[in-house]
Design a protein around this ligand. Structure first.
Ligand SMILES: C[S@@+](CC[C@H](N)C(=O)[O-])C[C@H]1O[C@@H](n2cnc3c(N)ncnc32)[C@H](O)[C@@H]1O
Length: 280
């Protein structure tokens, strides 16, 4: 099993408060939580993930921290409605996207494996990618590829997908190869990314989440976002801006923070990361 390497862990640790409760809203396989709980002995954590398989691994990995850690299987966008001791929450971390563990699973996230085309974080709800691709209207599929893959010839790809209805990752790769003579690994990754974002509705409700969470947070609590795609970052920036105008949050990162060159060298998955932090 492939554990995920936490991105910008050092930079995140500089903003996370050393005491109180950290809500790790997207715990994955607990890279950040493990790092932060080890570093700050007075810190406790509430860890969320939509993916119950990741949550199980996180529980196992963090078991030595005993009752300093609690786990919730839930979508972070419903966090403001959760019954947790808000007055003790000092930091909330949202590390968006997907993990190396998910990429190496058999759930269809990787173009390098032959799996059923599923791509759901939470396999107990929603529809697998193969159904999603069948049902999504053609024009929406074109937009999905334009917005989240930055693809030329998005219409041709959407047409070919609608015509052939791929059921597995290999079949999807074949479709992409028929449409693009040069289907580079980067292009394939971007096609898979767009479909994953659509299947999991990853970019819905982010601004609303920031506003409703900022109403729940107590003064001094911090909200830290790591994003990996320009549209994700734009939504976080817009949500923060609204919260700043309404006097709900203030910015701690006037300029977005990026990983160091040496981190990118050691962990290429960090290359597109951007961090923004705000405080109540
Ligand atoms: C980049 S990984 C997190 C990695 C983690 N920080 C670590 O260091 O191991 C993102 C995680 O967010 C989860 N996720 C994505 N959307 C979510 C949502 N709306 N609510 C809760 N978890 C979500 C994914 O299942 C995945 O495990």
């Amino acid at each position: 099993m492939m554990l995920h390497r936490p991105v910008m862990a050092e930079e995140v640790s500089r903003f996370v408060k050393k005491e109180g409760i950290l809500v790790d809203a997207t715990v994955g396989t607990a890279g950040h939580s493990y790092y932060l709980l080890s570093r700050y002995p007075a810190l406790r954590a509430i860890c969320l993930d939509r993916d119950s398989q990741s949550l199980k691994i996180a529980e196992e990995r963090l078991k030595n921290f005993g009752d300093r850690v609690k786990f919730l299987h839930r979508d972070y966008r419903t966090l403001p409605q959760a019954e947790i001791p808000w007055e003790q929450v000092t930091s909330v971390l949202v590390d968006m996207g997907f993990s190396s563990f998910q990429l190496s699973s058999s759930r269809g996230f990787s173009f390098q494996r032959d799996d059923d085309l599923d791509m759901r974080f939470d396999t107990t709800e929603g529809e697998p990618a193969k159904e999603f691709l069948k049902k999504i209207p053609f024009s929406h599929l074109v937009l999905l590829f334009r917005n989240f893959s930055d693809l030329r010839r998005a219409e041709a790809l959407a047409q070919e997908i609608k015509r052939t209805r791929p059921q597995t990752t290999s079949q999807l790769v074949e479709v992409v190869r028929r449409v693009y003579r040069k289907a580079t690994p980067d292009l394939l990754a971007r096609v898979f990314q767009a479909i994953r974002i659509g299947v999991n509705r990853e970019l819905e409700g982010i601004e609303e989440f920031i506003l409703s969470l900022s109403l729940k947070l107590h003064p001094g609590a911090r909200l830290i976002f790591l994003t990996y795609h320009s549209t994700e970052d734009r939504l976080v920036k817009a949500g923060f801006k609204k919260a700043f105008y309404q006097g709900l949050l203030k910015s701690l990162t006037p300029r977005v923070i990026r990983p160091t060159v040496s981190e990118i060298k050691e962990n290429p998955r960090a290359r597109s990361a951007k961090m923004r932090v705000a405080e109540k």
